[in-house]
Design a protein around this ligand. Structure first.
Ligand code: 13P
Length: 251
């Protein structure tokens, strides 16, 4: 981990409920976690009440959304706009998670539009990218990741990474218990940073790159020792407050 302030985010996916929100709020309140940005992303129906609770408790937890529409308003049944997220004080949003790309057909271009839309409302996008096992075996990892990042650079410009976050999430490591090794993760994180540096070295040095994929309270410390890993995007372990707090403490 270099000098950038670490960011640890929990992606609850389609899990969690009011009881879990209350538990996170209470237990984080009683903890002494500092010098790390903590973001929890519940399902959208819980965003407003979670946000209210953390605000009322002056909590270290920031609340993020898991997705947003690339459209500003209109006849888009089931979608959520940046204006709605802004109105309830949400300041982070995950874009381009591999589940959205593979299950909901989100293309790099659509994800780039969502990234742009979030930034336009001063919401920090957490841009996910990562290769499948098949792509890794075919040695396509860097091509896939460069393609996802270039779609954002093309649409929003390299400067947009001053206000965004990148999460490297190898698909083969998500929910499998098979995390990338610290060396494997570092290799890709370094690639991402050097790819951005071709456009602008300062922006590349300042962007936080999170690792995601079977991060837990046991492997977090070793991952965080890597030079280009600036935090984590946590799925399963982010649903268990003790595990998630331990990951935050390791940062
Ligand atoms: P797991 O931590 O459960 O592997 O999930 C990672 C993830 O997809 C976070 O967005």
């Amino acid at each position: 981990m270099n000098q950038l302030k670490p960011l640890i985010a929990a992606n609850w996916k389609m899990n969690g409920n009011n009881a879990l929100i209350a538990e996170f709020t209470t237990k984080f309140n009683a903890s002494v976690i500092k010098d790390v940005d903590v973001v929890v992303c519940p399902a959208s129906v819980y965003l407003e009440s979670f946000k209210r609770q953390v605000s009322a408790n002056n909590s270290v937890i920031q609340v993020g959304a898991q997705n947003l529409s690339d459209k500003l308003s209109g006849a888009f049944t089931g979608e959520i706009s940046t204006e709605m997220l802004s109105e309830i004080g949400i300041d982070h949003v995950i874009v381009g998670h591999s589940e959205r790309r593979s299950l909901f057909g989100e293309t790099p271009e659509l994800v780039a539009k969502k990234y742009q839309t979030a930034l336009a409302s001063n919401i920090t996008p957490i841009l996910c990218t990562g290769e499948s096992e098949q792509q890794r075996d075919a040695k396509e990892t860097f091509t896939i990741i460069a393609n996802d990042i270039d779609a954002v650079v093309d649409l929003c410009g390299i400067e947009s990474f001053k206000n965004g976050v990148i999460a490297y999430e190898p698909v083969w490591a998500i929910g499998t218990g098979k995390s990338a090794t610290p060396d494997q993760a570092q290799e890709v994180h370094q690639f991402i940073r050097s790819h951005l540096a071709k456009h602008d070295e300062e922006v590349a040095a300042g962007v936080r790159i999170l690792y995601g994929g079977s991060v837990n309270e046991k492997n977090a410390a070793e991952l965080f020792k890597q030079q280009d890993i600036n935090g984590a995007l946590v799925g399963g372990a982010g649903l268990v407050v003790e595990k998630f707090m331990s990951i935050c403490q390791n940062a």
